[in-house]
Design a protein around this ligand. Structure first.
Ligand code: ADP
Ligand code: MG
Length: 347
């Protein structure tokens, strides 16, 4: 189903007041039918009833993907951020998280791929995400970057809500152009590199800063050359992707992510598509970034690398975080049998 079709279906679904005889794939609507969420088609924010909002299950913030102009309002509990008491204890200055994922649910068809995910990443923290194939790792990254909309929950980057605007206790979807602007501050490195084949390495790196961020061309190009040098391929600035090895292409992709001057970079199995002899050069570049103050979330099957680089290892299985903690705990002394079973399989 395309995004447009999906939005159209959801729109149709919301026009049925109750009971919602909707296709089963609309998770937010299904939750509404089960009293877990209050969907309020066409409600104005000023009439939102805070008592109803507080009846929502904690960490379940249903959202609605329509354009802002004709949106259906959805009530959410007010001020859900910084609710992590552990983070407050560890960081008495109550540092703003770089990434804050709260109560995120995502369903494809009838398959609930993310089942209430909470994740906090501090500025400069390196988080590696491990878990079986199909457990929802890529979807989690895509949700953080708002490449997927949410059925419930919130994502914040540096405190800013991603993909939605909140007024009172109601979430409104942002326009595509606004989402693109937000996304331009979040680096994303894909397994398959996803470089534009018709653009040179340099042009791949400068594209988003010039278009989405509208920065000065001379400055952007100078910075892009520096970034390509930093990832070890300065001399390949004018080469097209087809002329580059997989490792070189992935390093262009990392330079492209860095060119956004992001607070956060998300990596989805950045070395999985590489020949074994090229894995090291890409891991070296990522290792270098880990000291740079940018928060990194890295989905990886390289357990040794995950151990070495991570402040925090997150193990995800069947759409839920099973356990998370320092590598010495999660990888060496996992507390959950599913983590132990997974590690036994991949080692
Ligand atoms: N766009 C999509 N449409 C339908 N199903 C999807 C879509 N994206 C992912 N899935 C399904 O969601 C599940 C989790 O996928 P994914 O997040 O890619 O897992 P992982 O990255 O952990 O391997 C898989 O069962 C996958 O088939
Ligand atoms: Mg994946």
């Amino acid at each position: 189903m395309t995004a447009t079709e999906s939005t159209a279906n959801r729109t149709a679904a919301l026009q049925h007041a109750e009971p919602p005889q909707v296709a089963p794939q609309h998770a937010a609507t299904r939750r509404a039918a089960h009293g877990q969420a209050a969907l309020e088609p066409k409600a104005a924010p000023e009439v939102a009833n805070s008592q109803a909002a507080t009846q929502l299950t904690a960490n379940r913030f249903p959202v609605h993907p329509q354009p802002a102009a004709e949106q259906a309002a959805v009530r959410v509990p007010a001020a859900p951020r910084s609710a992590d008491p552990q983070a407050a204890t560890e960081h008495p200055r109550r540092e703003q998280p770089a990434i804050e994922v709260r109560g995120v649910h995502k369903t494809f068809g009838t398959h609930e791929v993310l089942r209430g995910v909470d994740l906090t990443v501090r500025p400069g923290e390196v988080v590696t995400v491990i878990g079986p194939s199909g457990s929802g790792k890529s979807t989690l990254l895509r949700v953080i970057n708002h490449l997927e909309d949410l059925d419930a929950g919130t994502v914040r980057i540096d405190g800013e809500l991603i993909g939605y605007r909140i007024r009172g206790d109601v979430l409104y979807p942002l326009r595509d152009s606004e989402v693109r602007k937000q996304r331009a501050r979040i680096g994303f490195v894909f397994q398959q590199f996803n470089l534009f084949p018709h653009l040179t390495a340099l042009q791949n790196v400068t594209l988003a800063p010039l278009t989405a961020q509208r920065r000065d061309r001379a400055e952007v190009e100078r910075e892009a050359r520096e970034l390509l040098t930093r990832v070890g391929i300065g001399e390949l600035a004018d080469a097209y992707p087809r002329r580059l090895s997989g490792g070189q292409q992935q390093r262009v992709a990392i330079a492209r992510a860095l060119a956004l001057r992001p607070r956060v970079i998300l990596f989805d199995e950045p070395t999985s598509a590489l020949d074994p002899e090229l894995v090291g050069e890409v891991l070296d570049v990522i290792r270098d970034l880990a000291d740079g103050g940018t928060a990194l979330v890295i989905v990886t099957h390289e357990i040794g690398f995950a151990r070495e680089i991570a402040d925090t290892v997150v193990f995800i299985d069947a759409g839920a975080i099973v356990e998370q903690g320092p590598p010495t705990e999660v990888l060496d002394h996992p507390s959950h049998s599913r983590t132990r079973a997974f590690l036994a399989r991949v080692r």
